[in-house]
Design a protein around this ligand. Structure first.
Ligand SMILES: [Zn+2]
Length: 118
C-alpha cells in the first residue's frame, strides 16, 4: 500500500489537530465527522475526558431506556436534545484544549497508564 492510499480521505479521517499526521479508519467510526487520535486525546485535561465518558454513558443509558420505552410503552422523560447539546459543548471544549496543547507542543502522555508514562 502506498502512502497516498494510506492517507486517502475517503477511507480515513484525519485527527482534528492540523499538525498531527495521525488518522483513523473511517469504517471504525461510521458516525463520526471528526476524530482526535489517542496521542492528542491524552493531552486534553482529564476532567474534560471524564465528562466525555460520563456523557457517553448517559447516551448508552438513554438508548437502553428508549428500547425499554418502546417495549413497554412507558415514558421516562429522557431528553436527547439536552444530551446532544452537552456533548456538543464538551467536544468544543476538548477541541479547544487539544489545539492549545498542540500549540504548546505537548506530547500526549498525561493520563496514560502509569507504566506507559515517560
Ligand atoms: Zn492527533
Amino acid at each position: 500500500m502506498s502512502l497516498t492510499a494510506f492517507h486517502d480521505r475517503s477511507t480515513r479521517i484525519s485527527c482534528i489537530i492540523p499538525q498531527c499526521p495521525r488518522s483513523a479508519l473511517r469504517s471504525l467510526f461510521p458516525n463520526a465527522d471528526e476524530i482526535i487520535c489517542g496521542r492528542c486525546w491524552r493531552t486534553v485535561d482529564l476532567s474534560l475526558r471524564e465528562r466525555y465518558a460520563q456523557l457517553k454513558k448517559r447516551e448508552k443509558r438513554l438508548e437502553r431506556l428508549e428500547q425499554l420505552k418502546a417495549l413497554q410503552h412507558r415514558h421516562f422523560g429522557v431528553s436527547w436534545s439536552l444530551l446532544r447539546e452537552q456533548q456538543r459543548k464538551n467536544w468544543a471544549t476538548i477541541e479547544a484544549d487539544a489545539y492549545a496543547k498542540a500549540a504548546l507542543g505537548l506530547e500526549g502522555t498525561a493520563g496514560a497508564p502509569r507504566g506507559k508514562r515517560t
